[in-house]
Each structure stands twice: as C-alpha cells, then as structure tokens.
Design a protein around this ligand. Structure first.
Ligand code: HMG
Length: 389
C-alpha cells in the first residue's frame, strides 16, 4: 500500500489592519455592489509598516512548531511572489525567528500564486524518500496594486503554514496531478516595481484556460470524475473567481450548470478570502481552511484543488479528508486572526500603501504598529532587522 502523505496541520496569519470595501468605494465612487457581489470581496487585510512576508510567515508557522515541536522538520519551503530579497530566502529569517534546528534545509520558491503548491508537491517527494521527516511549507504574500487601479480592490495579505508529513492529520494528497504551463503576460511584477502589473480581463481568460488545461491532463492521467469531489478549493484572487472557474470547468466537462451546483462546490471555501483579499500563494489554502472550518463532517470526502499562478502555471489534484481531522482544526484561532484586525480608514491605508524604507540602506526604524508576535523593527546597513515581540 502506498504511503499516505499530506497536510498534517495548517495555520494562518493575516495583517494588522483591515480596510472595508465600503471605504474604498466611498473614495473612488464605485457602486458597492460591484465589490460585494461583482467580485465577491468585503474587505482587505493591510499589513502594518512593521509587518511583511517574514513576520506573517513566522506568525502563521509558530503555532505549528508549538504543537508538534521541530525535531522532525528537516526542510522549510517558503513560497512567495512578494519577496523581500533577491538572494536570501525569506525562509531563513523565519527559521531564525522560530528557533528551528540548524540541521534544516531552507529555500524560497516563486511562480506567482502557484508557488506553494509546488512546495507542497516537493514536500511530498521528500517525505516519500524519508517518511520520518516533516516539511514546513509556508505560503506568504502581500498583494499590492497601484492606487486607483482596477486591481486595487483585490489586494490582501496572509500567510498559511502547513506541516507536510506521513500519516497526515488533515488531508491525504492523492496522485495524479494535472499540470498546465503556458507563457502568458497576464500579471507580472518586474524587479524594479513594488506593485504588480496586470491585464485584468486577460488574466481571467488565462486562469480559465489553465483550469481547462490542468483538468484535461488530470483526466488523461486517470484522475477522478467531477462527481467524486465533495468540494473544490480554487485559487481566489477574488472570491467570484472561484465561481467563474468552477462554472467554466462544468461547462468544459459538458455538465448542465445549475447555480446551486457551483455554490455547493465552492461556496464553503470563500469565507476567509472574502474578508482578507488576494493572498497570492496562500489563497488556495485559505480556501481549504475555510472549508474544513465551516463544512459539516467531511471525513473520507475528496476535495479538488486548483492552484493557479499567473504567467502561467496551474495544477489540479485531489485530497481525501482523514478521520479525526476535526480535533486538529484551529477554527477559533483562524476566526481570531481575522476578527482581531484593527479597522483602518482610507487615509491610513493610503499612507501604508506608500510606506517604504528609504533606498539609502541607512539606519531606519519602523513605527511600532503590529500587535502580532513578530515585527520588522527596521533596517540598518541594508539589513532587515526582525524580532519577536
Ligand atoms: P474591473 O474592470 O474593475 O471590473 O476589473 P468589471 O467591470 O470586470 O466588473 C467586475 C464584476 O463586477 C463583473 O462581473 C461586473 O458585471 C460586476 P462579471 O461580469 O465578471 O461576472 N459588477 C457589478 N455587480 C453588482 N453590482 C454592481 C456591479 N458593477 C459591476 N453595481 C478585475 C475586475 C478582476 C479584472 C480587476 O479587479 C483586476 O484587474 N484584478 C487583478 C487581476 C485579477 O485578480 N485577475 C484574476 C485572474 S489572474 C489570477 O488569479 C492570478 C493572480 O492572483 C496573480 C498571481 O498569480 O500571482 C492575480
């Protein structure tokens, strides 16, 4: 019998502040229905000046290390597309903040929002080779578009940490995977920019093309049929995209499309993404957290995952929810991570959007804003300074 490998534990963190879409709509004159119903977003997480992908990642992963210890963690994979250094992995800072053993390999992965799924699959390979080891896979991103651009309403920030190992406590990941890659310029961020560039409508088309491509490969490799899935976790740049994607998949598979079918398949995966916004690499796994936290008992059920990263790479795969998973959920902490955020007004959000260290690399400290367990306290000699609070 093949070894059962998958997600043993999952924990997430998000930014210090929250901007409701009503505040953005009041600023730019948009009818609020476009945000609430049209794209399916209610609010966005906004990181404090002393938060970034490292502090979010460490905050997400700390409860996992506290629960399981670090003795078996041999690898840390940090996936992000909002990297803070061109050379050093953000994971090395996280490794230090969490006090992980030096006998660990740490690496950063990038392919837009898809990176964490690559991390998950690579982790499964490592565990297959050495079933005693566990891999800490962290997805951490801050999504930032230009002010007053169409993408602005889809911004967000979060990190999801997953412990991957044999005999998993939450979801056993199945073979096969369906894969799809095509060179497309739908969304990108050149090294000299802090905000992403996007062709919005093209990006939606590219996403839907990738859904088709990944599903086609999945089916050709002997994957399960649509009816064998209880729910689908899609990458959610905005929650309506999950509905669009599933409708597209049903259509591609020549299914009659009923509104209820789409809602049943994806509706339970959107609660966290709807109030957090796009968290890029973390988004599809926030969908999993929402589903496990909110659905009735899913023991033994198959969940479909569609991970998409612009540019573009997509992967479709299935996972089986394992017995006893409910005892391992972090539902109260997850709800707290969202509800503890402090509301910010439009002017405060704009100030944070434009906040950056001067490029002189001199000594600069950050304002003390976060109430989280880790902070970016400043920069000195071009070196970022982190500390536990
Ligand atoms: P837009 O032009 O501002 O909006 O851009 P729109 O005119 O397309 O309207 C959006 C929806 O709201 C439409 O619904 C409207 O009908 C509806 P749809 O026709 O699509 O079903 N609407 C209303 N509904 C109710 N009441 C109203 C109302 N008014 C309009 N009053 C867009 C929207 C998503 C393009 C923009 O926000 C954007 O550019 N976002 C960034 C790009 C993005 O999220 N792309 C998604 C696919 S690519 C991806 O997922 C990868 C990504 O995560 C990056 C990565 O991989 O790293 C982005």
């Amino acid at each position: 019998m093949p070894l059962a490998i998958g997600i043993h534990d999952l924990s997430f963190a998000t930014g210090e502040f929250v901007l409701p879409h009503t505040a953005l709509a009041a600023h730019n004159g948009t009818e609020i229905g476009k945000y609430h119903a049209g794209i399916g977003q209610e609010s966005m997480s906004v990181p404090a000046a002393d938060e970034d992908i490292v502090t979010l990642a460490a905050t997400a992963a700390a409860p996992i290390v506290a629960r399981h210890g670090s003795d078996r963690i041999r690898t840390v994979v940090l996936a992000t597309e909002s990297s803070i250094d061109q050379a050093k992995s953000a994971g090395v800072y996280v490794h230090s903040l969490l006090g992980l053993p030096s006998a660990t390999r740490v690496v950063e992965l990038k392919q837009a929002c898809y990176g964490a799924t690559a991390g998950l699959q690579f982790a499964i390979g490592l565990v297959q080779r050495d079933p005693a080891q566990q891999v800490l896979v962290i997805a951490s991103d801050v999504s930032k578009y230009d002010l007053d651009s169409p993408g602005e309403a889809t911004q967000g920030a979060a990190a999801v940490a997953m412990l991957v190992g044999a005999d998993p406590g939450l979801v056993r990941i199945e073979d096969p995977s369906g894969l799809f890659t095509v060179d497309v310029m739908d969304f990108w961020r050149p090294n000299y920019r802090t905000t992403a560039l996007v062709d919005g409508q093209e990006s939606i088309g590219a996403y839907l093309q990738a859904v088709e491509g990944a599903w086609k490969d999945y089916s050709e490799r002997g994957g399960h049929s649509l009816e064998q899935f209880a729910a689908f976790c899609y990458h959610q740049p905005f929650t309506k995209m999950a509905h669009k994607a599933h409708r597209h998949l049903l259509n591609y598979c020549s299914h009659d499309i009923h509104h209820d079918d789409v809602t049943r398949a994806v509706g339970r995966t959107t609660a966290y993404n709807r109030v957090i916004g796009n968290s890029y690499t973390a988004s599809v796994y926030l969908g999993l957290a929402a589903l496990l936290d909110q659905a009735d008992d899913l023991t033994g059920e198959r969940i479909g995952f569609l991970s998409y990263g612009s540019g573009s790479v997509a992967e479709f795969f299935g996972g089986i929810v394992v017995a006893g998973y409910r005892d391992r959920l972090r539902t109260a902490a997850n709800i707290e991570a969202v509800s503890r955020r402090r509301p910010i007004d439009y002017a405060g959000y704009r100030e944070l959007h434009e906040w950056a260290f001067p490029a002189d690399g001199g000594d600069h400290s950050t304002p003390q804003q976060t109430t989280g367990p880790f902070r970016l306290s400043g920069i000195s000699g071009h070196k970022r300074l982190y500390r536990a609070c």
